[in-house]
Design a binder for this molecule. Structure first.
Ligand SMILES: *[C@@H]1O[C@H](CO)[C@@H](O)[C@H](O)[C@H]1NC(C)=O
Ligand SMILES: *[C@@H]1O[C@H](CO)[C@@H](O)[C@H](O)[C@H]1NC(C)=O
Length: 768
């Protein structure tokens, strides 16, 4: 009896377990391919998980006819029902959180929102590479969870790593700033965070865009669809391509996007030199090259680059394009093959590049297993940990630009009543910038400050455009009665955005007048918080003794208001640094945005761009940022001499040196890096973070950068403590410069290393 009872019980238990297992693995949607429930297709060779990916890819391509193939060349890829392939939308975005800008991702059902991290320009200001990777990791957790829920893709066309060359660029906010080394590190770190470190397997596929020299959207009658960027080989090698190269070589990104613009007369998406020879040939991209959306159409319709649409299709595929965002290749590639303009083998190669990425993502392995993050679901999105990370990123990205003695931090004892003034005081969506999604929730600046003090709100302006001074009166009254005044001013997407470059870097409309007028009669300290992506010329505020402090917060993400208030009241000691040069309005008045030269030209009076080449006056320099505390740094140990050895084939110096600089390709780059040991001490009485910036000035001709960033490291130090930090400077990567032919060389002679502003060290580079 008991035995029989027991076995019935066991059978029941097994049934329960089986049905529970069925429930957890019963996806609401059919997998993209190789559905285990599809008896017709699951046994096909390309579905066999144990075969090598390239064999599976070749098997699948071998089964497709030409019509089916061209249907797979576009973002909205057609299904192939007879082989059990669903359609797939390749276009999703995750610049600083899962976004619904691309059609591949929707917020709906169990996924109403995702964590909205600060806009990239803000995160870059943290100079914290581990933070960039941690954000990528959190974002890809949320992306995978949403994919499992059937509401997102796995291919994300982020990050944007174009150099923020001109302060007027509307999309500068999306980038990590003006410096190639910083942007390269950002690209590698964020992409590694997104894609994960799983060998050939991908958590999600990232994409570095827009290759290359794309940083003009719409300015003075020129637009990105027609713009021909004239770029020297030197600038391409040591500026514009640097982040892309690092993204591919160090980040091992699964995709690169070519841009709308032309470079030196050729659309980038049809340039075999840029795509096939450089990205694939030299950098060995393991992934696919995708066009910007409709850019194949653009090069035919707008740029009239080819005579027929079939030629446009053929030229891009031959140049190395694998996937078209837009319908063009699906419509015209079959004709191009039939006319003999491109071979079917070239189409196969393009498909091999895209399908390989899909296989690495596990899309041909049936339902997502645990190894493919199948366990992630709604509870992994907007988690407290992710939202805390968004707050941490906002705090770390805030830059203190001015602080007259004793002004900040505010005190909850002495500053109980705060006048909060300005069009961005109640910002919510403004704080997440562009290429955002739907945030889990917001804390506005006003809400953040209200946690520390009583607040009185006055907009002062009708929106950031601030078209009149009609609302000044109540703002002046509020400030004259408060213990402190906090302005939250700046820009939003109506001023700087995709397809919208600025013409001026001054604050819009009457903003400046409002600030100066209110500051004149405000009772307590007056603090200016600038919420904007691109830099603004606030010389007036910098010089006005009535304005006690200035903070730049970028677009600080969903938790921006908390971070701003934490900095204002000293709960967080600010440590961010500017990732770009803040130029005076004068500069933009005389420099054409269409001029891509980085280097100054004394014969024409062109002043050059970025801290690397521009020597004129600035409002705030690259790398600037104050703290409430004090840090000192000393050089504890550093070599004074390094020997570069030539690789055997180039033992005769003759062919390898030009202007006393040795060609990197001919040297032995395995040599250990130059190690600097820097002692950092927090001499203040507050805990805080300090960023060590190491620059180098190479010897030699005037076309070399005045100085350029070769490394950075952020350290956190409690009050009174000190730490020895090792910085490794790689000879070939960091101490080389590009010559006028775009060839990288290490200048022989004395290089000056700068650690911060004051500390200098001479390093002699010699050749064996
Ligand atoms: C940098 O970011 C990481 C990851 O979020 C964090 O653990 C670390 O404390 C940050 N470093 C500093 C110096 O703030
Ligand atoms: C250097 O190389 C050039 C061309 O390769 C050759 O003509 C010249 O004789 C060489 N000079 C020396 C000093 O070896």
């Amino acid at each position: 009896m008991t035995n029989r009872k027991n076995s019935v019980l066991i059978i029941c238990l097994i049934l329960v377990i089986v049905s529970v297992t069925n429930i957890t693995s019963a996806w609401a949607w059919a997998p993209f391919a190789c559905d285990p429930r599809n008896g017709l297709t699951r046994s096909l060779r390309f579905c066999k998980v144990n075969l090598p990916i390239h064999a599976r890819v070749q098997d699948l391509i071998g089964r497709l006819n030409l019509q089916e193939k061209v249907g797979l060349l576009v973002n909205n890829a057609a299904g192939v029902p007879r082989l059990g392939l669903q359609g797939y939308e390749w276009w999703s975005e995750a610049l600083h959180g899962v976004s619904n800008v691309g059609p591949g991702t929707k917020f709906q059902g169990a996924f109403p929102a995702a964590t909205s991290f600060p806009q990239v320009i803000t995160t870059a200001a943290s100079f914290n590479a581990s933070l960039w990777q941690a954000i990528g990791q959190a974002v890809s957790d949320e992306a995978r969870a949403m994919y499992n829920g059937g509401t997102a893709g796995l291919t994300y066309w982020s990050p944007n790593v174009n150099i923020f060359r001109d302060p007027r660029w509307g999309r500068g906010q999306e980038t990590p700033g003006e410096d190639p080394t910083l942007s390269a590190q950002y690209a590698a770190s964020y992409v590694t965070g997104l894609q994960g470190n799983y060998g050939n397997r991908l958590k999600v596929a990232a994409c570095c865009k827009h290759y290359t020299a794309y940083d003009l959207d719409n300015w003075n009658g020129m637009d990105r669809f027609h713009f021909n960027a004239k770029v020297s080989k030197q600038d391409l090698e040591d500026t514009y391509n640097v982040p892309f190269k690092a993204c591919v070589l160090e980040g091992k990104v699964a995709s690169v996007m070519c841009s709308y613009n032309q470079v030196n007369g050729k659309p980038t998406c049809a340039d075999p030199d840029l795509l096939r020879n450089t990205i694939r040939g030299q950098w060995h991209l393991n992934g696919y090259i995708v066009s910007d959306c409709d850019s194949v159409g653009v090069l035919f319709d707008d740029q009239h680059y080819t005579r027929t649409p079939e030629e446009a299709a053929a030229d891009t595929i031959k140049a190395g394009l694998d996937l078209d965002c837009g319908p063009f290749l699906a419509v015209h590639t079959e004709g191009a093959v039939r006319q003999g303009l491109v071979t079917e083998a070239a189409v196969n190669q393009a498909l091999a590049n895209t399908i390989t990425v899909q296989m690495r993502l596990g899309m041909f392995d049936g339902e997502p297993s645990a190894q493919h993050f199948g366990n992630l679901g709604p509870r992994d999105v907007c988690t407290p940990a992710h939202q805390d990370l968004a707050l941490q990123a906002a705090r770390e990205g805030i830059v203190l630009l001015k602080n007259q003695v004793g002004s900040l931090p505010l005190s909850t004892v002495r500053h109980r009543n705060i006048a909060v003034i300005g069009p961005n005081a109640q910002a919510t969506t403004t704080m997440i910038g562009n290429y955002a999604g739907i945030a889990c929730g917001y804390t506005s600046p006003l809400q953040g400050i209200s946690r520390y003090a009583r607040t009185v709100l006055q907009a002062g302006c009708a929106g950031v455009a601030c078209p009149s001074n009609q609302q000044f009166g109540p703002a002046i009254a509020a400030a004259s009665q408060a213990d402190a005044t906090v302005f939250v001013m700046g820009l939003d997407q109506s001023i700087e955005a995709e397809a919208r470059d600025r013409t001026s870097v001054l604050l819009p409309g009457h903003q400046q007048e409002l600030i100066s007028r209110v500051a004149l009669t405000s009772r307590g300290p007056t603090i200016l918080v600038l919420m904007c992506g691109g830099p603004v010329d606030v010389t007036f505020a910098k010089n006005d003794p009535k304005i006690s402090a200035i903070l730049w917060v970028g677009y600080p993400g969903q938790a921006g208001g908390t971070a701003i208030a934490d900095v204002l009241f000293g709960t967080h000691n600010p440590g961010g640094k500017l990732p770009n040069t803040w130029y005076p309005q004068d500069y933009v008045a005389k420099v054409s945005m269409a001029d891509l030269d980085m280097r100054a030209n004394p014969s024409t009076g062109y002043p050059g761009r970025t801290y690397r080449f521009y020597r004129g006056p600035v409002v705030f320099p690259f790398g600037f940022g104050l703290s409430y505390g004090r840090f000192t740094q000393t050089l504890a140990q550093a070599p004074t001499k390094v020997i570069v050895s030539l690789s055997n084939d180039y033992a005769t110096k003759n062919i390898t040196t030009l202007n006393n600089a040795v060609r990197v390709l001919h040297t032995n780059c395995d040599i250990p890096s130059v190690s600097l040991h820097i002692e950092v001490k927090n001499t203040g009485d507050l805990d805080g973070s300090h960023t060590i910036l190491v620059f180098s000035t190479p010897p030699g001709d005037t076309r070399m950068p005045e100085k350029h960033l070769v490394g950075f490291k952020k350290v956190h130090l409690s009050a009174g403590s000190q730490q020895r930090v090792q910085m490794d400077v790689h000879l070939c990567k960091h101490l080389s410069v590009a010559d006028e032919f775009g060839i990288r060389r290490i200048p022989i002679g004395l290089h000056t290393l700068h650690i911060g502003d004051d500390l200098k060290h001479q390093l002699s580079i010699q050749i064996n």
